[in-house]
Design a protein around this ligand. Structure first.
Ligand code: SAM
Length: 212
């Protein structure tokens, strides 16, 4: 019953809290947030963090910008835990936790100035559908920054031992040509692939509407 559910949540909240507060991969997030902002120059409006998990990247983005962030995840449990830590951090007005699946996102068309996502696409069942959805929710002129990685070789070296100790944290890989094919299949022709020390990322922009 309720008691059992609560116990389960408590147990998980401990592990996710650890990830958020003293996780060895904590330095990843400010670095990646900085990379997103310096590449895309989007610091206000609406953003969606897809597969946000404990919302560490959302927190880093909130601290570097004036964005209103919707941190979405498919796991209701993770959403609840993240919500509690947003309240602890005093960020509940900046970051709204949303339960949702990238393949069918609970947002209207033309909603977000920015969609960002780290470490989640490797788990998506249908990449072209996911990219089509991300494109759909972007405002014309809005941009997406989707992929995974550690931001830099230095940070990766620092945090990798933690990932190896903790196998559930190790993220499966996607070959770069599979990623590129999925983006093209989604009908996105204007994109940039990044495959370097920062990780594997795809950046794309939604075309501005053409007025006649
Ligand atoms: N972005 C966070 C980070 O970098 O710390 C979490 C990354 S974690 C490795 C992957 C997250 O993606 C998990 O929280 C998982 O629940 C979420 N996820 C997996 N499939 C998803 C889907 N189809 N839609 C939304 N989120 C998904």
């Amino acid at each position: 019953g309720k008691e059992k559910e609560k116990k389960k949540a408590d147990k998980n909240s401990q592990s996710v809290d650890t990830m958020l507060i003293d996780g060895a991969h904590a330095p990843i997030y400010p670095l990646i947030a900085h990379q997103i902002i310096s590449k895309l120059h989007i610091t206000e409006g609406v953003a969606i963090d897809v597969g946000a998990g404990p919302a560490s990247l959302s927190v880093a983005m909130a601290r570097l910008s004036d964005l209103k962030i919707y941190a979405m995840d498919i796991s209701a449990e993770v959403i609840q835990i993240a919500q509690e830590s947003m309240e602890k951090e005093g960020l509940e007005n900046r970051i709204k936790l949303v339960h949702g699946d990238v393949h069918q996102m609970p947002f209207p068309h033309d909603f977000a100035d920015l969609v960002f996502s780290r470490g989640s696409m490797f788990f998506w069942k249908d990449l072209p559908t996911a990219f089509r959805e991300i494109y759909r929710v972007l405002k014309p002129g809005g941009s997406a920054y989707v992929g995974g990685g550690f931001g830099s070789a230095e940070v990766k070296e620092k945090v990798k031992p933690q990932f190896e100790r903790d196998p559930p944290n190790s993220i499966p890989k996607i070959p770069i040509d599979t990623l590129e094919k999925a983006v093209l299949k989604a009908g996105i022709n204007d994109y940039t692939l990044i495959n370097d020390d920062s990780g594997l990322w795809v950046l794309f922009k939604k075309r501005n509407q053409i007025s006649i």
